[in-house]
Design a protein around this ligand. Structure first.
Ligand code: PEP
Ligand code: MN
Length: 341
């Protein structure tokens, strides 16, 4: 349930209302926008009489929110959330960012790839140090050593880093080392223990959609993180499993405007895992940009044929540079105000 507070209400009246609601055993989520203040009420709101709330002098109107996700819901927070990823990089609310880098951190080539990504216009560096591989015999990532290499590159290039955390027991390591953004991979999208653990921090979380996850399941995963107190969630559409076998996954472009409609959280598109093949990645990146994504996550490798993982979908630095120029043009086309609906 949401209660829209009248613009004439004072801070004191608002605080009094919030404590009155909380005193009845509900949780609240206050969103103070430029035009209106909204108090989200979380709990079994069938117990609340909306007419009683509406009769209060500071309440403009009351609306039931039927969706099970509350904190991630745009109805609770009409304005876009802007997530601060560190190093002055903001995402959401008109701030568009591209995270690029290798699938896995492999060693000294990381800095070479990172420099190329930055030169092409990437604003965040991605790289997996802990890798979720289908086979236990495949390269599992460099672990902490990989995080240290990312941190060195981050410092040298003044770029925030994004890296996947797979195990709740590693979350503290990511926090202690100062990893800027923790990625929750598609396979862990419903690992509720992990979601709660990252939710106890304030580190931004790049939350990927599950391999066979619905949009609502992704939003409920975000709710898990947010309900623990971490509001810094970035949603990521990375393709879902379908009956199609010509591509690794099926990029659900629809999900981008749908998520932006349902939620105030930034939405990123990952054309690399969505397609699985270098030859399709750029077109999918353009489509995600045109669909209104707040950012992209793209795998780039200096020598894809030698990559330890996902070489088949990596762009070379030259391909990435070309893509970035076109992405900038598409961004301009979709964000230019033409003065009409
Ligand atoms: C990755 O980003 O390298 C990755 C493993 O992604 P996903 O979880 O989307 O498969
Ligand atoms: Mn990958």
């Amino acid at each position: 349930m949401i209660a829209v507070v009248k613009q004439t209400a004072t801070e004191e009246q608002l605080a009094h209302f919030v404590s009155w609601i909380e005193g009845r055993g509900f949780k609240t989520h206050v969103s103070q926008g430029d035009n209106e203040t909204i108090v989200g009420i979380i709990g079994d709101t069938t117990q609340i009489d909306p007419f009683l709330l509406e009769s209060m002098s500071i309440i403009e109107r009351v609306q039931r929110v039927s969706e099970p996700f509350k904190k991630a819901n745009r109805k609770f927070h009409p304005e876009d959330t802007i997530v601060d990823c560190g190093h002055g990089v903001l995402i959401g609310g008109g701030h568009f960012q591209v995270m690029a880098g290798p699938c896995s951190v492999e060693g000294q080539n990381l800095i070479q790839i990172a420099v190329a990504c930055k030169e092409a216009g990437a604003t965040m560096l991605r790289g997996g140090a802990y890798k979720p591989r289908t086979s236990p015999y495949a390269f599992q990532g460099m672990g902490e050593k990989g995080l240290d290499l990312l941190l060195e590159a981050s410092e040298e290039l003044d770029m925030p880093i994004v890296s996947e955390v797979m195990d709740p027991r590693d979350v503290q390591v990511f926090v202690d080392k100062g990893i800027d953004v923790m990625q929750i991979g598609a396979r862990n999208s419903q690992n509720f223990t992990l979601l709660k653990e990252v939710g106890k921090t304030t580190v931004p979380v790049l939350l990927k959609r599950g391999i066979a996850g619905t949009i609502d399941e992704l939003l409920m995963a975000a709710e898990y993180v947010m309900s623990e107190g971490n509001p810094n969630v970035i949603l990521c559409e990375r393709g879902i499993r379908s009956f199609e076998t010509r591509t690794r996954n099926t990029f659900d472009i629809n999900a981008i405007p749908v998520l932006k409609h349902l939620s105030h959280l930034p939405v990123v598109g990952d054309p690399s895992h969505a397609t699985g093949y270098t030859r399709y990645v750029r077109q999918a990146a353009y489509a995600a940009t045109a669909a209104g994504a707040d950012g992209l996550e793209i795998e780039v490798h200096n020598c894809p044929s030698e990559a330890f993982s996902d070489g088949a979908q990596a762009l070379t630095p030259a391909q990435f540079t070309d893509a970035m120029r076109r992405i900038a043009l598409i961004r301009e086309a979709v964000t230019t105000d033409l003065g009409e609906e």
